[in-house]
Design a protein around this ligand. Structure first.
Ligand code: PRP
Ligand code: HPA
Length: 182
């Protein structure tokens, strides 16, 4: 199905392909984190809004004690190019001494994930692991560590599975390229 209300779109990955990629990420994350015996559960930080779908799919496949928290930051809003990072909600859990698993829907320029990693370090996290559902194949000016990547997408604006195009398309059942903007 092509979500026509967003205009012409190219179907990149089906829902089944995205779910399989998320499951592969879960296997890799479990391998790294389930043998840890931290004094407290891992803090899974869902990067709202877009990561809500990937986090919902990923969590039931994670086999270690975790607490779910969220951080809400935004730099695209109604645009298809990024601006300055707006902080909306900070985590409620203390990150001091915690093993943090940051989960976002996409790594594009990398500015969001880099800022969140710096935030976790500043809050005293003991270790930070990062997972993204999709990574855009593009040059980056920022150095950002990503430990788990579900799928690679071309350097075009994409939507679906939590990713929005001007606020819409987060419910699209798969990942699509928005053609009119690319
Ligand atoms: O790597 P970057 O270029 O920094 O972009 C990645 C970020 O952009 C999107 O968030 P957005 O600002 O659109 O907020 P949203 O999650 O509410 O859609 C996406 O969810 C990532 O968090
Ligand atoms: O390609 C994208 N699609 C949706 N949201 C995004 N945030 C950064 N890049 C993207």
């Amino acid at each position: 199905m092509t979500p026509t209300h967003l205009g012409p779109a190219e179907h990149l990955f089906s829902a089944e392909e995205v779910e399989a990629a998320i499951q592969r990420m879960a296997v890799a994350i479990n391998k790294d984190l389930e043998h840890l015996t931290p004094r407290r559960p891992v803090v899974l930080l869902c990067v709202l809004t877009g990561a809500v779908v990937v986090v919902g799919q990923l969590m039931p496949h994670l086999h270690f004690p975790l607490v779910l928290d969220c951080v809400q930051v935004s730099r695209y809003g109604a645009e298809t190019s990024g601006g300055s990072l707006q902080w909306r909600t900070r985590p409620k859990e203390s990150l001091a001494g915690a093993v943090v698993l940051l989960v976002d829907d996409i790594l594009d320029e990398g500015i969001t994930l880099q800022a969140l990693q710096e935030y976790c370090v500043a809050e005293g996290a003991a270790a930070i692991h990062t997972a993204v559902m999709v990574r855009k194949k593009r040059p980056r000016t920022v150095e950002v560590q990503v430990d788990y990547v579900g799928l690679e997408v071309p350097d075009h604006f994409v939507f679906g599975y939590g990713l929005d195009a001007r606020g819409l398309g987060r419910n699209a059942p798969g990942i699509f390229v928005l053609l009119e903007d690319n």
